[in-house]
Design a protein around this ligand. Structure first.
Ligand code: ADP
Ligand code: ADP
Length: 227
C-alpha cells in the first residue's frame, strides 16, 4: 500500500477572470520508505503541493491520502491531531527553541504530545546524524548545518509516517547542503522513513531515489511508482 497518494488534486488561486492554477490534476503515489524529491522552478507549484500533502491548506478539488486516511474528509480538529501524529515537517528555517538544548529540542514535540520518548531510538538518530557531541549545546552554539541536522532529528524522533521537507538546505552553502542531504538520506534509509522533499536544486534532487518533476502545476515526470 502506498503511504501517500494524491488523486486529481487541484489548487486554484484567485477569481475566475484572474485564476492561477497552482496545481492542476496532480496524481502521484509514494511507497513506504521511499525518498522522493519534487523538483521544479520557482512558481511551478512545489510549495502549494507540499501544503496540500501536509494538510495545511484546502485543495480546490481532489484528494490526498496519507497512511490510508483521506486528509480532507477529516474535521479540522481530527486533521490537526492526525497531522501531528503522522507527518513530520522540516523547513528551510530550523525553528529550534533557543532556550532549549539540542536533546531538549529533539524530544520537545513528543513531550508536548504527552508521548513517552523512545530514548534508544532517539540516541540512534542523534548518532546517525553525528550530533552526539552536541547533545547539550544550545542552538546558538551550532552552525547552520548542525541546526538543520537537529531539525531533521526532531522530525524523525517522533516516528511520523512521512516527512515533508521544504527546501531543507535552502539556507546552507552548497557543500554543507550536500553533507546534510547525504545524512538525511542515510538516516531515512536506516530508519525506514518515507521522505518527500521539494527543491529547485537539480543536484540535491538527484540524491533522492526518485525525482518527481512539476511544471506549471502539472506533474511532468516520476509521479507514479515503477512497481
Ligand atoms: P513554488 O513553490 O514552486 O515556487 P508556489 O506553489 O509557491 O510555487 O506557487 C505556484 C503558483 O501559485 C505561482 O504562480 C504563485 O504565484 C501562485 N500562488 C501561490 N500561493 C498563492 C496565493 N496564496 N495566492 C495567489 N497565488 C498564489
Ligand atoms: P517559496 O517558493 O520559496 O516557498 P514563495 O514566494 O513561492 O516562496 O511563497 C511564499 C509564500 O507566499 C507561500 O506561502 C505562498 O503560498 C505565498 N504566495 C506565493 N505567491 C503568492 C501570490 N501570488 N499571492 C499570494 N501569496 C502568494
Amino acid at each position: 500500500m502506498s503511504i501517500l497518494k494524491t488523486t486529481h488534486l487541484r489548487k486554484y488561486y484567485g477569481e475566475e477572470t484572474n485564476q492561477v492554477k497552482a496545481l492542476d490534476d496532480v496524481n502521484l503515489t509514494v511507497e513506504q520508505g521511499e525518498f522522493v524529491s519534487i523538483v521544479g522552478t520557482s512558481g511551478s507549484g512545489k510549495s502549494t503541493l507540499l501544503h496540500m500533502l501536509g494538510g495545511l491548506d484546502l485543495p480546490t478539488s481532489g484528494g490526498v491520502t496519507v497512511d490510508g486516511k483521506e486528509l480532507y474528509s477529516m474535521k479540522e480538529d481530527e486533521l490537526t491531531i492526525f497531522r501531528r501524529r503522522k507527518i513530520g515537517f522540516v523547513f528551510q528555517s530550523y525553528n529550534l527553541v533557543p532556550v532549549l538544548n539540542v536533546l531538549e529540542n529533539i524530544v520537545l514535540p513528543m513531550e508536548l504530545d504527552g508521548n513517552r520518548t523512545d530514548t534508544g531510538y532517539v540516541r540512534q538518530i542523534i548518532e546517525t546524524l553525528g550530533l552526539q557531541e552536541k547533545k547539550n549545546s544550545m542552538p546558538n552554539q551550532l552552525s547552520g548545518g548542525q541546526q538543520q541536522r537537529v531539525a531533521i532529528a526532531r522530525a524523525l524522533a517522533a516516528k511520523p509516517a512521512i516527512i515533508l521537507a521544504d527546501e531543507p538546505t535552502g539556507n546552507l552553502d552548497s557543500r554543507t547542503s550536500l553533507d546534510v542531504m547525504g545524512l538525511l538520506k542515510t538516516t531515512g534509509r536506516k530508519f525506514g522513513q518515507t521522505i518527500v522533499m521539494i527543491t529547485h536544486n537539480e543536484e540535491l534532487a538527484q540524491m533522492a531515489g526518485r525525482i518527481i518533476r512539476i511544471e506549471d502545476g502539472r506533474i511532468t515526470g516520476g509521479g507514479e511508482t515503477d512497481a
